[in-house]
Design a protein around this ligand. Structure first.
Ligand SMILES: [Zn+2]
Length: 247
């Protein structure tokens, strides 16, 4: 006999089903990415109306069915409502959800993923650092959590720690001058960029969004993050396409 279970999670996205229902895709700490049906969520006075929206974080009581779960109860911790008032932030949040969805599936253990998404939405709302910087920090850290991170502490090829100053996405990260020469890699990075990458890869998740960058280092981070993502992530994200039309 199946029992209700309680999971902690964030709603990645929502689709409408039939006349009154919603289908939620939730990233949960305990069960990875799961599909939950919120039956009657679009009826007037439904207890699920406010909670069955994208980006809502909380504790969800769900009942397992053959292929998914049915929503029984929600205890919302954070709505992240205000993201919706800013079109650009909204697109970024949708992209962060989409990128998270790309990497996760049911059965995964997702504590780090969930913490990362939570602090990322917080940073987006706080607005202390630029949306674009938040995006690259998020991408780099998430790829690292998923075992596809940039190698930034030593030369990818020979392990040399002191003379790393080149970057190559195909190689998987930073290279020393000798290996760069032998691989014909010519994109040189600054010490500030190397420090930034190491910071993003090693700081506790709740301290990730505490710095800003000069325009020069930001340009390097943009180059490195975008090359790296397009080398290892084989998907076009719809939210990114929309974002590019806003710029
Ligand atoms: Zn080397």
């Amino acid at each position: 006999m199946k029992h209700e279970i309680e999971v902690t999670g964030i709603v990645l996205y929502v689709t409408l089903v039939g006349e009154y229902d919603k289908r939620l895709v939730i990233l949960t700490k305990e069960r990875g990415k799961i599909t939950v049906f919120a039956n009657g969520a679009r009826k007037p006075n439904s207890a699920f109306t406010a909670a069955s929206q994208s980006f809502v974080m909380g504790t969800f009581t769900v009942f397992p069915t053959r292929e998914a779960y049915n929503l029984v109860k929600v205890d919302v911790k954070e709505y992240f409502h205000d993201i919706a008032y800013d079109m650009e932030k909204m697109c970024y949040a949708a992209y962060f959800s989409e990128f998270m969805s790309y990497y996760t599936r049911e059965g995964d253990f997702c504590t780090d993923n969930l913490n990362l998404l939570y602090v990322t939405f917080k940073a987006l709302l706080d607005g202390k650092i630029s949306n674009e910087l938040i995006r690259y920090i998020y991408e780099i850290r998430l790829m690292d959590i998923e075992g596809e991170g940039i190698q930034a502490f030593s030369c990818v090829k020979c392990g040399e720690k002191d003379r790393i100053k080149y970057f190559d996405a195909k190689a998987g990260g930073l290279l020393c001058d000798k290996c760069a020469l032998s691989l014909k890699v010519t994109y040189e990075v600054s010490e500030s960029l190397i420090y930034t990458l190491q910071y993003i890869l090693s700081k506790p998740i709740n301290k990730l969004y505490g710095f800003t960058l000069s325009d020069e280092v930001m340009a390097e981070l943009r180059y490195v993050a975008e090359r790296f993502r397009s080398e290892y992530v084989d998907k076009n994200f719809r939210s990114l396409e929309i974002l590019s039309t806003l710029a």
